[in-house]
Design a binder for this molecule. Sequence first.
Ligand code: CMP
Length: 583
Amino acid sequence: MQIPSEKLQRAGKVLRNAILSRAPHMIRDRKYHLKTYRQCCVGTELVDWLVLQSACVLTRSHAVGMWQALLEEGVLNHVDQELGFYDKYLFYRFLDDEEEDTPLPSEEEKRESEEELPETILFLAQIGPDALLRMILRKSPGQRTGDDLEIIYDELLHIKALAHLSNTVSQLNIVNTSEPHITIFSLFNQGEEGTSWYIILKGSVNVVIYGKGVVCTLHEGDDFGKLALVTDSPRAASIVLREDNCHFLRVDKEDFNRILRDVEANTVRLKEHDHPVLVLEKSPRASTLGNIKYTVISGTPEKILEHFLETMRMDIHHSDPGSRAELFVSVRFKTPLPDQEGPTAGSMSTFELMSSKDLAYQMTMFDWELFSCVHEHELLYHTFGRQSFKRTTANLDLFLRRFNQVQLWVVTEVCLCGQLSKRVQLLKKFIKIAAHCREFKNLNSFFAIIMGMSNPAVSRLSQTWEVNFIEKLNNPNHRSYRLTVTKLEPPIIPFVPLLLKDMTFTHEGNKTFIDNMVNFEKMRIIANTIRQVRHCRSQPFNPDICQPNKNQAEVRGYVRKLCVIDNQRALTQLSYRLEPRRT
Ligand code: CMP
């Protein structure tokens, strides 16, 4: 039996003495079914009496809660020790009457009790509602009356964890888990399957993680156990009771999923030693598909890792890190092109004989070779600064260099073409090549050519542009590029400088750490860009996309050794020679 607190023990004595002075017949031997019960009271009579003693006892159920508070601590007992306190014809006995020959209170004691009675009733009136709620919650849901449900409903809305659930609480089969007199050491253990969500009504618990020990303590009104339910993963921590007589509300998984999942807080925040370590947020996209997912918003690196190790299911179809890594360390770095001063004459006479489609095809073949050598990590090294990683980005550099080279090729050829009619023809050729590149889903070279034509040294040549080709090209802006890419099927060679720009923009515009927690939203945006790249190369390049003409070796040789003037100033000067500045 529970040892009553001094205060409740005294309250019991005061009430017993007051009854013995004011209505002594209430405590007497009673017979029921041929059995005699010594010195006991009837539940309904105790309620009647208490309601009449003070205006602060508001209702009969309020009085029931007050007697229940005494019963929970063993100051008042059901004669068979079986039941809680009910406003019924049931027998209850004060602790002092348990002994056979307890002396009656002296006059002095009665006087003291009379004096203390108002304060005692006030104290019980304060703790009564909680005791009543606990009693109702201990009943099985089927035993609860309409009044009981009303009380649960009113009370629960005052609990922090449930305050926002005003419309749904009444539908829950809420269960009070721990019997008040039983000490349970651990409610559940890390690694177990999650079956319920808990709210602390009374007492406190420690959250314990293997290898870390107690990471935080949760108190009355706090909740726990949601993580395993929402992420369908094992319990991330063990819950250990810190004291006897803890009371919890338990909402079972089925109820949680049926009623609460949609309305429960959108955010799950975990703390360790008073510092936030992980923030998850409900992903709006997934919830519309009926499959609610919580995604990591921020967290410490260790906690994010811990969380992923528990929850992530590796998608074997998407990544094969081993083989990629091998590709990265062994692969075939391209030899950098030698620095060039640049040609003095254009090569139009050579490539005007080659079909635009063949040129685009060979350019695409070459780009694909370079692109497939770029490791995803190089994009990260490039974004975060290769110094921080002490790793090379040689393959990516080479690919970017090729992009510049194609741009400069366009500018060089135009600026070295002295004859206006030829220049117009040249531009038409470039436009055709660009269109074929787009057809082959080589968006990188497509943009390189377009950007070459919009280089100031070319775009200023107003006579050349009198035929307004650029409009025919339907020059796509970046937004329409992004839309285009999402619609294309792989293999695709993406517009890599734009990807890098997006990543750098995300990196520079967002802090990596916020309050010592990794800004995971930033990582996710960057990872999405990497995923785009992965998507682009998820299918091998198909060399049969075009039926090339016979002289492919020549076209191949030409596109791989484009001669360019890599000097904007020299190109601009050449441009002024073609069309002097107008005064
Ligand atoms: P769940 O994984 O279902 O079970 C253990 C619970 O402990 C977990 O949900 C959280 O609700 C709670 N908890 C509180 N703080 C932490 C923490 N720092 N790490 C893991 N779980 C925590």
